[in-house]
Design a binder for this molecule. Structure first.
Ligand SMILES: [Ca+2]
Ligand SMILES: [Ca+2]
Ligand SMILES: [Ca+2]
Length: 234
């Protein structure tokens, strides 16, 4: 974390979770704490919600890393069972927080659970963009996801794709189209059926090509980790 209070020690972000003894609802307090003194610099409380702040690349013109607070609004209490708790999430709000000063840059909300993962700059404005994964439950208890590309500078949804019956994971690829902007590789995973690789233009989501199987990208460590985790959870 950037040192925002000028004491030459990096700030820390401290999450505190509180379960209401009366109704079992969860609240989250996120405090920015001075690295030197341990004192709160500022704090936010999210009632009835699980909130998590994490680094999100650089979303402004200053080159200083910024963060996202993902706020999961819960219907009822946490059970500790991942699947039940995911289904208890009625809405997700993503707040982008300026690493320089802590101001809120933008917010974007989705129905149900959503997870935003920083990618790289796909639009050419020098600010990192984000993939948002929107979890959807089918009537037959199947789980699929939509993927939305969020413009890092203002949170706008640049494009959104549905992957019925699949889990899909997007990672930054090379510039496949030659205009100087990086494009995106999406891995579609269907249980044990294997993987399909789809290349899409980064800034508008237009499909460039697809092929069966996974391709290796030296930079997609996140994709590799997710792929090793996902089939076991489907
Ligand atoms: Ca920044
Ligand atoms: Ca961008
Ligand atoms: Ca391109």
């Amino acid at each position: 974390m950037k040192d925002t209070d000028g004491d030459d020690a990096p700030d820390m972000v401290v999450h505190t979770f509180h379960v209401d003894g009366m109704n079992g609802s969860l609240s989250t307090r996120i405090a920015r704490v001075s690295g030197a003194s341990g004192m709160d610099i500022d704090e936010k409380t999210f009632i009835g919600a699980l909130a998590v702040e994490y680094p999100a690349g650089n979303l402004t013109a200053d080159g200083v890393p910024d963060s996202i607070i993902a706020i999961y609004q819960l219907n009822g209490s946490m059970s500790g069972e991942l699947e039940d708790d995911l289904m208890n999430i009625t809405a997700t709000t993503l707040e982008a927080i300026d690493g320089q000063g802590g101001a809120k840059l933008w917010e974007q909300s989705f129905d149900g659970p959503a997870m935003a993962v920083p990618l790289t700059d796909l639009t050419g404005d020098g600010m990192d963009d984000l993939a948002a994964y929107l979890i959807r439950y089918g009537e037959d208890a199947s789980i699929t996801n939509d993927m939305a590309l969020l413009h890092g500078s203002d949170g706008a949804v640049l494009w959104q794709k549905s992957f019925p019956g699949f889990m899909a994971i997007g990672v930054p690829g090379a510039d496949q189209t030659g205009e100087g902007l990086k494009d995106m590789i999406i891995y579609k995973v269907e249980g044990s059926e294997g993987v399909e690789t789809v290349a899409v233009k980064g800034d508008d989501g237009r499909q460039l090509w697809n092929r069966t199987g996974m391709i290796y990208l030296p930079t997609d460590l996140l994709g590799q980790e997710l792929l090793s985790f996902l089939p076991a959870s489907l």
